[in-house]
Design a binder for this molecule. Structure first.
Ligand code: 3PG
Length: 213
C-alpha cells in the first residue's frame, strides 16, 4: 500500500464520525460490550491502543462487532504492525513516525494514521506521501490554535488531533479547515467500563457523534 493509498483510506475512516474513541482496555470482558456501546452511540471507528496485555485479543473480539471499524493504536514497531494486522485491525495509528514503522505498514497493507507534532514532522510525512496525519499530543502542543497555524503554510495535510481532546475543546478543532475528526479517550472512561455502565457509554458516544464539523 502506498502512502497515498493509506491516506485515502485514513481520510475515509476519519470522515465516518467526528470522534475516534481512543481505547485502553485492561479487561478483555469489556471489549465487546464497549465496542457495541460505542457503535450504537454513533461512533463506528475504534482505536484500541496496544498498551495493555489484552489489547490484541480485544481487537479480535471487537472486530466482530457489526458496524465497527477497529484499528490499533500506539503502533511503535514492525512487530506491532504484524500483530495488529493478524488480530484483524483495519487501520493503524502511531504517536509519531519513523521510516521503519512506515515501511512496515506500507509492506503489510495496513493504512496508517501517522503522528506529527511539528511543521517539520508534518512536512517529512507529506514528502513521503502522507496527506492525512494525527496531530499529537494536540493540547500539549498548543491545541487548536497551533493546528490552525500549521494549516496556513501546509494546507495539504488533514489532521486528526488527539491527546487532551475533550467534549469541551473538540469543537475548536472540528471547526478548523485542516481537521477531519478528533481522537479522544473521554467517551470510554475507565470507571464506567469497570461498572459495566454501557448505557452511559452509549450516551457519551451519542453526545460526541453529534459534534458539528
Ligand atoms: C492517547 O495517546 O492516549 C491518546 O492521544 C488519547 O489521549 P486522551 O486520553 O487525552 O484523549
Amino acid at each position: 500500500m502506498t502512502p497515498a493509498e493509506a491516506s485515502a483510506k485514513s481520510l475515509e475512516i476519519c470522515r465516518k464520525a467526528p470522534v475516534i474513541p481512543v481505547l485502553v482496555i485492561d479487561d478483555l470482558a469489556h471489549a465487546r460490550p464497549l465496542a457495541e456501546a460505542l457503535v450504537k452511540g454513533g461512533l463506528p471507528v475504534l482505536e484500541v491502543t496496544l498498551r495493555t496485555p489484552v489489547a490484541l485479543e480485544a481487537i479480535r473480539e471487537m472486530a466482530q462487532v457489526e458496524g465497527g471499524i477497529v484499528g490499533a493504536g500506539t503502533l511503535l514497531t514492525p512487530a506491532d504492525v504484524k500483530a495488529a494486522k493478524e488480530a484483524g485491525a483495519l487501520f493503524g495509528v502511531s504517536p509519531g513516525a519513523t521510516d521503519i514503522l512506515l515501511d512496515a505498514c506500507e509492506a503489510a497493507d495496513l493504512p496508517l494514521l501517522p503522528g506529527a507534532a511539528t511543521a517539520s514532522e508534518a512536512m517529512a510525512l507529506l514528502e513521503r506521501g502522507y496527506t492525512v496525519q494525527k496531530f499529537f499530543p494536540a493540547e500539549a502542543n498548543g491545541g487548536a490554535k497551533a493546528l490552525k497555524a500549521i494549516g496556513a503554510p501546509i494546507p495539504q495535510v488533514t489532521f486528526c488531533p488527539t491527546g487532551g481532546v475533550s467534549l469541551k475543546n473538540a469543537p475548536d478543532y472540528l471547526g478548523l479547515a485542516n481537521t477531519a475528526c478528533v481522537g479522544g479517550s473521554w467517551v470510554a472512561p475507565k470507571d464506567m467500563m469497570i461498572a459495566g455502565d454501557w448505557d452511559g457509554i452509549v450516551a457519551l458516544a451519542q453526545e460526541a457523534a453529534q459534534l458539528p464539523r
